[in-house]
Design a protein around this ligand. Structure first.
Ligand SMILES: [Zn+2]
Length: 90
C-alpha cells in the first residue's frame, strides 16, 4: 500500500468515526430529557427570531432547515457536553 492509499484509508476511517459520533449525539439529544430541553429551547428561540424577521409571513417561520439545525446544535454544544451521559466521542 502506498502512502496516498494509506492516507485515504485514514481519512475514510475518520469520516466513519465522525458519522458515528454525529448519530450518537443526535440519538442522545432525542432520548435525554436534559439535552432535549436545551435543544428545544434553542430551536424555539431561533424560530421565534425567524417569525420576527423576513420569514414572518412564510409557512417556514416555525421550522428550520436541517442544515440550520446542525449550525444551531453546534452553538449549544458546550451546554450539551456538560451532560454526564453525553456520548464520549461526540
Ligand atoms: Zn444529555
Amino acid at each position: 500500500m502506498d502512502n496516498d492509499e494509506f492516507k485515504k484509508i485514514a481519512r475514510l476511517k475518520s469520516a466513519r468515526w465522525a458519522l458515528n459520533a454525529l448519530a450518537e449525539a443526535a440519538q442522545h439529544i432525542r432520548t435525554c430529557n436534559r439535552c432535549e430541553r436545551i435543544f428545544l429551547t434553542a430551536y424555539d428561540a431561533y424560530t421565534e427570531r425567524l417569525a420576527e424577521g423576513e420569514r414572518a409571513n412564510s409557512e417556514m417561520q416555525y421550522a428550520m432547515h436541517p442544515s440550520d439545525v446542525w449550525s444551531m446544535t453546534k452553538e449549544i454544544l458546550v451546554d450539551l457536553r456538560q451532560c454526564e451521559s453525553w456520548p464520549k466521542m461526540a
